[in-house]
Design a binder for this molecule. Structure first.
Ligand code: SF4
Length: 460
């Protein structure tokens, strides 16, 4: 466990990096980012600058990688930026189901998935220590159990929506295979206790060889059309097919950048970033993690160049061992404590959740709704166990993984049911050790994380 600080001696170097451009036309300079990270943020969010036993750290400890610090900046400013967006009349959709956010961008909505909804709400409380932050998370979770169901994972942050804490304009998830929380939460919102009523839209996602069935693609494309019309009713604008095609081209840029970055990272002799930053940079390919796709694309573009430079110069990220054991993580809405893994001689080199969407490029010519439906129905994460395993084994080979860990949250009913068959098939087909582990989203990291992960790395 350690504190993260950015010392003054690295300031000038950071100032040589580029600014971040935002969707509203504003720009933040490296000087302003540095000032925020060294003065404002440690006062507002002291817990974020500590590697701790509850939720790890959201701040990067790699002061020599400007993109990592910019990712930290975007994480920590999410809450204030979203409050500003809403105050200025912007629109926010709550999403769930692992989708790419192209249609939300086209309709002028910011798409926020579970973790981001929680970050938005938590970011409004300032000055919390690690213990106070943890108590806050526990209290929020308790509200979720009461308002929705104690059987659901309550990862999503619906409690903030039910209680009217956050001004969400629409709840618009996809009924994909991955997530059982969606059905609990949508029904709880439709019929249960709630203080505010938010419009609901469920995009109905066909299952089982879905992308290979013409009727399924057309049916899902129709769902996407209806979803965009629902957004237009809320915002009062008309989203055109041309705008959706533009959004697809824009989001393809993010997916391609992340794909190239993964290729460079996975083929490097030494890990060029730590696991926390790698995960953030790969996920940025979806351009939705910071509530601002333009700012995210800016940081990701710069990151690719910086990571290439590190690889060319054989620079290893700080805190990573010389020959770390490489882990691949499977499962939804969950991650290992990356700093803890690195303290124990490992590094997380990839994960399936999120990455499968990033790998699904959308055809740019033709009907954009159809193309988007086709790509969305082809996500490897949402296929049958056999197809998901085949894709996972391919990623494991590309990333030169030594061992796979399948994690699932308590209450994540699909992932918990398929964890074992996936882990066993990957073990046979990739020829690497695998481990399955349940987790609970809040509280002291379970002994499982603290003991079994270290033992698994030692065994590898
Ligand atoms: S942990 Fe599982 S059930 Fe919960 S939100 Fe994530 S995918 Fe859905």
């Amino acid at each position: 466990m350690f504190k993260i600080t950015y010392q003054d001696q690295y300031r000038d170097r950071f100032l040589k990096s580029g600014p971040i451009h935002f969707s509203d036309g504003s720009v933040v300079t490296p000087g302003e980012i540095w000032e925020y990270l060294t003065t404002t943020a440690p006062r507002k969010y002291p817990y974020a600058f500590e590697s701790n036993v509850f939720f790890g750290s959201t701040a990067s400890n790699d002061v020599l990688l400007p993109s990592a610090l910019k990712n930290t900046y975007l994480n920590l400013t999410l809450s204030e930026r979203l409050d500003k967006l809403k105050a200025g009349g912007g629109h926010v959709a709550f999403i769930q189901g692992g989708q790419a956010v192209d249609p939300y961008t086209a309709a002028g909505f910011v798409a926020l998935r579970p973790a981001l909804v929680g970050n938005w709400n938590r970011g409004r409380s300032n000055g919390r220590s690690v213990a106070a932050e943890e108590l806050g998370r526990k209290t929020d979770k308790e509200r979720g159990y009461k308002n929705i169901s104690f059987e659901a994972c309550n990862t999503a942050g619906y409690e903030f929506i039910h209680e009217g804490d956050l001004p969400i304009d629409v709840v618009a998830p996809f009924s994909a295979l991955r997530c059982s929380d969606i059905s609990y939460s949508l029904e709880a919102h439709r019929h249960g206790r709630r203080k505010t009523e938010v419009p609901l839209f469920l995009a109905d996602y066909p299952l089982r060889h879905q992308s290979k069935k013409e009727w399924a693609v057309e049916y899902f494309a129709e769902n996407l059309r209806k979803m965009v019309k629902q957004f237009d009713r809320i915002s009062g604008r008309t989203t055109t097919e041309k705008e959706l095609s533009g959004a697809i081209k824009f989001h393809n840029k993010g997916r391609l950048l992340a794909y190239e970055l993964a290729d460079v990272w996975w083929n490097a002799k030494l890990p060029p970033t730590n696991g926390l930053d790698r995960s953030a940079l790969f996920t940025m390919g979806l351009l939705e993690m910071h509530g601002d796709p333009i700012a995210t694309l800016d940081v990701l573009s710069e990151a690719l160049e910086l990571v290439k430079e590190r690889v060319q110069n054989s620079v290893k990220a700080p805190g990573v061992s010389d020959d770390p054991k490489r882990l691949f993580v499977c499962g939804s809405c969950i991650h290992l404590d990356e700093y803890y893994v690195e303290e124990n001689g490992g590094i997380v080199v990839g994960s399936d959740n999120g990455w499968s969407q990033c790998c699904a490029f959308v055809e740019e010519e033709g009907d954009p709704f159809y193309n988007l439906a086709k790509a969305t129905l082809s996500y490897s994460y949402e296929q049958s166990i056999e197809e998901r395993v085949a894709w996972t084994v391919e990623q494991i080979r590309k990333s030169r993984t030594d061992g796979m860990v399948f994690l699932y949250n308590w209450g994540c009913n699909t992932q918990s049911a398929i964890a074992r068959p996936i882990a066993d098939s990957v073990k046979t087909r990739a020829g690497i050790p695998t481990m399955v582990m349940e987790n609970e989203l809040i509280g002291l990291k379970p002994e499982q994380q603290l003991n079994r992960v270290a033992a698994f790395i030692e065994m590898l």
